[in-house]
Design a protein around this ligand. Structure first.
Ligand code: FES
Ligand SMILES: [Fe+2]
Length: 418
């Protein structure tokens, strides 16, 4: 349980809030590179700020205020030029560093005034990595965009999947350190959703949590499982500060504002050995729905949609003054304590956890990966089909989220040789 002030402290992300300040010290994935194949501007709301993400005609990305500093027109309806984005109302032009580089009428009428030199638009650094576009809203100097090891794995089909989930990010991230829900929310509930009453999944007997440089590891031992099982020896990763990493996919919980979260998944599926060498061209990206259009409720058919049901069910901002934590929630408590102590570290002028600034460190940064050997070395089609976890990812439809477009499914099948 948390008192109301701590709950507010951990959940509020807007400018000037302590947790908003903490999260601004990390790069956030906000879009996919391939989204800009067919457009040049995307409105983005991030950490309570309304922004415009664009790619100009020279290929440079910029992230600026949503509103033009002249008379506040919406730059999401502007247009890009060779360098920068132009407001469609009176043509003021801004570059990626926030400079105003043209004011078409002022430049003619009063060139000596150099009015444009007095104008700045809020702008933030943007980088691309792993097919994602990352934004940094924090103080300079910015750290490095983490180069997590799977980003350079070979022979994989990667897809990027978004969903907008209408609740606070922190309850989404608490799901990243909640091993027990796997048994009930994903296994047993799925049995009941099929109108069956059993058999239920093997029960959790033990769970363990350990902190490491880039987050926490959780490990689980379930009925019938040997202690040499990689779920017990390696486990899964609650990656700092807002991510779940399961070995072959990342799920970022990116705060849109206090009441909405952008779920961003980067999913790697290793092609079977028969399909090597496989080099992916474009990494496709798609948005999945969260509401069920027919049943007037939430979609529950896919793994992450089930998670979304839990998150939104906790309320727009979960009221942690009313919760009752048990021994299964030790990870939840550890995570909260770490965030609270990181807020103190920031107040002392230090970096919070898992900030990477050294380029020598930021080379294919290794993380705990239960199935690393299989994901890196690969399996044959027959071996993949027989694998209890990877088999589902390889053979079936996309298991994590509903709504994969037909063209992405076709590209996936082509890559896998299905
Ligand atoms: S409002 Fe943007 S140029 Fe006038
Ligand atoms: Fe889950």
């Amino acid at each position: 349980m948390l008192d109301e002030s701590k709950n507010r402290l951990l959940t509020q992300v807007g400018p000037g809030t302590p947790m908003g300040g903490l999260l601004r010290r990390y790069w956030m994935p906000i879009a996919a590179v391939s989204e800009f194949d067919g457009k040049s501007i995307k409105p983005v709301r991030l950490l309570g700020e309304n922004l415009t993400l664009y790619k100009d005609l020279s290929g440079t990305y910029g992230l600026v205020d949503r509103h033009c500093p002249h008379r506040r027109a919406d730059l999401a309806y502007g247009f890009v030029e060779q360098c920068g984005i132009r407001c469609n109302y009176h043509g003021w032009l801004f570059d990626q560093d926030g400079r105003c580089t043209e004011q078409p009428y002022e430049d003619v009428a009063q060139p000596q005034a150099n009015f444009k030199d007095k104008i700045r638009i809020t702008s933030y650094p943007v980088q691309t990595k792993a097919g994602l576009i990352w934004a940094y809203l924090g103080p300079e100097p910015a750290p490095l965009v983490p180069d997590w090891e799977p980003f350079s794995w070979k022979n994989g089909f990667v897809e990027i999947v978004f969903a907008e989930v209408p609740c606070n990010w922190f309850q989404c991230q608490e799901n990243s350190i909640d091993p027990l829900h796997f048994e009930w929310m994903h296994m047993n509930w799925s049995v009941r959703l099929k109108d069956q009453v059993g058999p239920y999944s093997p029960r959790h007997l033990r769970i363990e949590f350990e902190e490491f440089d880039y987050g926490f590891v959780y490990r689980r031992l379930r009925e019938g499982m040997s202690e040499s099982d990689p779920m017990w020896t390696t486990g899964r990763v609650c990656l700092w500060p807002n991510t779940l990493f399961t070995g072959d996919h990342f799920e970022w919980r990116v705060p849109i504002d206090d009441e909405n979260t952008l779920s961003v998944t980067w999913a790697f599926t290793r092609v079977p050995k028969e399909r090597e060498p496989y080099v992916q061209g474009t990494i496709p990206a798609w948005h999945g729905p969260v509401r069920d259009a027919e049943k007037a409720g939430w979609i529950s058919s896919h793994i992450m949609n089930q998670d979304f049901v839990a998150w939104v069910g906790q309320g727009v901002v979960a009221d942690r003054t009313k919760e009752h934590l048990g021994s299964s929630d030790r990870g939840i408590i550890l995570q909260r304590q770490r965030f609270l102590s990181d807020l103190e570290a920031i107040a002392r002028g230090e970096d919070p956890k898992a900030i990477i600034r050294d380029p020598k460190v930021n080379r294919s940064v290794a993380l705990p990966v239960a199935e690393r050997k299989l994901l890196v070395d690969g399996l044959t089609q027959a071996e993949l089909l027989a694998h209890p976890i990877l088999g589902h990812h390889y053979a079936g439809d996309y298991v994590f989220q509903a709504g994969r477009p037909a063209e992405v499914a076709a590209a996936f099948k082509e890559a896998m040789g299905i």
